[in-house]
Design a protein around this ligand. Sequence first.
Ligand SMILES: *[C@@H]1O[C@H](CO)[C@@H](O)[C@H](O)[C@H]1NC(C)=O
Length: 391
Amino acid sequence: MKLAVVLLALLSCMLLFELGMSQKDEQKVKPAADKKAKVKPKVEKKAAEKKTKVTTVKPKPKTTPQPPAAQTHLTQVLQRGRFQKVGNTLTVVAGDTLELRCKGSPVQWGIPPYLEEDDEGRLRTVQHDRYGTLILANTTGADTGEYTCFPMYCEDVECRKEYNKAVKVFVFFADPQELFVPSANYYEIIHLRSNRPTVLPCQITSPQAKVTLHREYPPTEVKVDGAEISYEVTRGFTIHRPKQYHAGSLYCVASLGNLRQSSTKYMLIYVNYPAAPPAPFIQASSDPVTVGQNLQVTCTVVGDQDVLVEFTWDYPGQTIGRPLYTQDSMQTVQVDGQSRQRSQSVLLVDEVREVDQGTYTCTAQNLEGSRSASTTVKVVPARSANKPKKP
Ligand SMILES: *[C@@H]1O[C@H](CO)[C@@H](O)[C@H](O)[C@H]1NC(C)=O
């Protein structure tokens, strides 16, 4: 934590130094204390607190030589030509204009998905000689999200994003009426997948809001201990290892000052996901098989318990409309002292004909994906074996 603060301080100082050196139009950069007075104290309180910590280590850069600034920076353009280096998050009062500046020629911008769909003409990006700007006017709480600058690397006319130099800032548009980013839906269905963390976004518009997690039935507050469930202001609640008992209807409550609001509801449905797609094993009852005999091709998957595996078949007789007869079964087996589930599909081919010769493929599918296995079966004429007996 302390290290992070020191690093942040160093970065801020490097930027201030660099801005002063390299961009004459940015000479108006003012010390942090000045910014505090400018922005609304209610919303910027936390940011102001952070700044005080930063100032204690500030004198350092004057005595230490500066390494070349390889890292790109995002700068917020404030009113009357003032600039402010932005950290990981930034708070703007909803209704105000956001103006970000990013060094690079050219740069590309990443914006929240909702804005990508339709910004209603409020979003403008301008490329200057040495930097690009993003200007978002008439902002609302719904604009809250991640804004990214990608400096572009160009050769002749071909340009590509330099992902390793991308800089992000999560911007909150603090709306005194709407603590949560508005959602189009009254409730959202979320699959609690047993094999990966589940996130309940309930994104707030103001980082100062206090957020709690609640269950609808029975009405209880859900304990957020930071291990099983954790909370992050730019991400929401994360259930790290979803279990059946996490399922149900949950919602978030945000409070700030006298305001207390509930988020959209999240219907959590537990789904037992396998760790991986199934690995089928295929085997024919005999190969070659004689015309007139019965053939069985067995496809077997041994995997996690309570995971549904579905089988589909491709077989030579398919092309002439031979019907498909299969017998599917499931059973618990012990493998290396562990209970595993054996899922099996047997393809039955009665009275084999020549058209049944060829490749048999079984595809096993579970929620994580599908895998196939194939085997070839040769069909031999019956007469060659029977003829000598019968004449
Ligand atoms: C912002 O809102 C004002 C007032 O409704 C409007 O006149 C102006 O055109 C808007 N600006 C943009 C860029 O949408």
